[in-house]
Ligand binder design. Structure first.
Ligand code: PLP
Length: 373
C-alpha cells in the first residue's frame, strides 16, 4: 500500500520525546566524548547499575541489542545444539532467532485468545525430552501469565527466560517483569518504551553464574582484555547508548503512566465500535508498548487511516511457523489457529506517551467508517 498522504499522527513520535530531554541528553553525550569512552565505559556501567537497581535485580549486563541479549542469556543459561526452547509463535522473530543462534530448535506454542501472550494451556503438549527452556514474551507491553508458565517450568525442570523487549516497567502481580525467571532480556531499540538513540539491549539476572558468563560472551569471551576463556561475540553496548538510556530511565515511569492514560482513552473512545482488543488482565501493569485492535476488514481500516494521515502497523503479519526463515521446521498452516486468525485482523494504532486525547479522537474518527459490525 502506498502512502501519498501527509502523516498527521505517526505510529511513534520519537521527536516529541527528544525535545523534552534534549539538554540532558546532549550533556550526557558530551561527557562520553570528553571521556572518549565509546564502547562500554562509565556511562554503560552507570546505566547497568541504575537498570538493575530499578528492578531490584542483582545483575544487569548491557548488550548491543535485544537480540544479542536474548542470545547471550540463552547461551549463558547453557542452551546449545540439540536443545529445544519453547517460544510463542506470535512474537518478533528475534525471540526465535536467539534460540537458533545457540544451535537449538525453537518449538512454537500458540497464543492465548485473551492476552495474545503464550497460552499456558498449550505449553505442556510442546514439551519433549529435549526441551530445556521457555521464553514467555510480554507482548505489546502486557506480561504473560507468569504463575502458570513458572509452575509448568518447575514441574518439568525447565528454565525461563523472559523476553521483556516490549515491556519495560510492566508488572506481574506487583513485581516488575525481568525478575521472574532465570534471566530476562530487554531491547532498547529507539521505538521501545525505553529507547536508545541506536541499538541497545540488556540482560537482567539474579544468577551470578549466568551474569558472569553473559558478561564474557558479550565481549569476545573475556573477563579481562585479551584473556579469552571462551569463544564469544562482539555484543557490547556503545557509550552513547548507555548515556542516553541513563538519562531516559529517570522518565520511564512518567512516560509509562502517559501511555496507560492514552490506552484508557482509546478504550473509552472505541467502546461502542466493532473492534476487539486483547484483554487487559487485572493483576498486571500493562505498559502499552503497542495499542493493538482487531478488526474484520483490516485492509479497509488501514486505507481509511492512511487517507486521514494516521500511520498504523501490524505486529505481526506472519506467525513465525509460516515465515520462510522457519519453513525447515516443518510446521503446517493450521498448526497455530489462534495466532493465525489474529494475524489477519490485528492492527496497531499510534501509541506514544505524548499522544493527546484530541489525536486519539482523531484516530478513532478516522477508523470509524471502515468498521463493520
Ligand atoms: C519481542 C521482541 N523480542 C526481541 C526483540 C529484539 O530486540 P532488538 O531489535 O533490540 O534486537 C524485539 C524488538 O525488536 C521484540 O519486540
Amino acid at each position: 500500500m502506498t502512502v501519498p498522504f501527509k502523516v498527521k499522527v505517526p505510529l511513534v513520535d520519537l521527536k516529541a520525546q527528544y525535545v523534552q530531554v534534549r539538554a540532558e541528553i546532549h550533556e550526557a553525550l558530551d561527557r562520553v566524548m570528553e571521556n572518549t569512552a565509546f564502547i562500554q565505559g562509565p556511562a554503560v556501567k552507570g546505566f547497568e547499575e541504575a537498570f538493575a537497581a530499578h528492578h531490584g535485580a542483582k545483575h544487569c549486563v548491557a548488550t548491543s541489542c535485544g537480540t544479542s541479549a536474548l542470545h547471550v542469556a540463552l547461551a549463558a543459561m547453557g542452551i546449545r545444539s540439540g536443545d529445544e526452547v519453547l517460544v510463542p509463535v506470535n512474537t518478533f522473530i528475534a525471540t526465535a532467532e536467539a534460540v537458533s543462534h545457540c544451535g537449538a530448535r525453537p518449538v512454537f506454542v500458540d497464543m492465548s485468545e485473551e492476552d495474545y501472550c503464550i497460552d499456558p494451556a498449550k505449553i505442556e503438549a510442546a514439551i519433549t525430552p529435549r526441551t530445556r527452556a521457555i521464553i514467555p514474551v510480554h507482548l505489546y507491553g502486557q506480561p504473560a501469565e507468569m504463575d502458570e508458565v513458572l509452575a509448568i517450568a518447575a514441574k518439568h525442570g525447565l528454565m525461563v527466560l523472559e523476553d521483556c523487549a516490549q515491556a519495560h516497567d510492566a508488572e506481574y502481580k506487583g513485581r516488575k517483569v525481568g525478575t521472574h525467571g532465570r534471566a530476562a532480556a530487554f531491547s532498547f531499540y529507539p521505538g521501545k518504551n525505553l529507547g536508545a538513540y541506536g541499538e541497545g539491549g540488556a540482560i537482567l539476572t539474579n544468577d551470578d553464574e549466568v551474569a558472569r558468563i553473559a558478561r564474557m560472551l558479550r565481549d569476545h569471551g573475556a573477563a579481562k582484555r585479551y584473556h579469552h576463556e571462551m569463544v564469544g561475540y562482539n555484543y557490547r553496548m556503545h557509550g552513547f547508548q548507555g548515556a542516553v538510556l541513563g538519562v531516559k530511565l529517570k522518565y520511564l515511569s512518567a512516560w509509562t503512566d502517559a501511555r496507560r492514560r492514552a490506552a484508557a482513552k482509546y478504550r473509552a473512545a472505541l467502546a461502542d465500535l466493532p473492534v476487539r482488543l486483547p484483554k487487559e488482565k487485572p493483576h498486571v501493569r500493562h505498559v502499552n508498548h503497542l495499542f493493538v485492535v482487531r478488526v474484520r476488514d483490516r485492509a479497509a481500516a488501514m486505507q481509511a487511516l492512511l487517507e486521514k494521515g494516521v500511520d498504523c502497523g501490524i505486529h505481526y503479519p506472519i506467525p513465525l511457523h509460516l515465515s520462510g526463515a522457519y519453513a525447515s521446521l516443518g510446521y503446517r498452516r493450521g498448526d497455530f489457529p489462534v495466532a493465525a486468525a489474529a494475524a489477519d485482523e490485528i492492527l496497531s494504532l499510534p501509541m506514544y506517551p505524548e499522544l493527546t486525547d484530541d489525536l486519539i479522537d482523531y484516530v478513532v474518527e478516522a477508523l470509524r467508517p471502515a468498521l463493520r459490525f
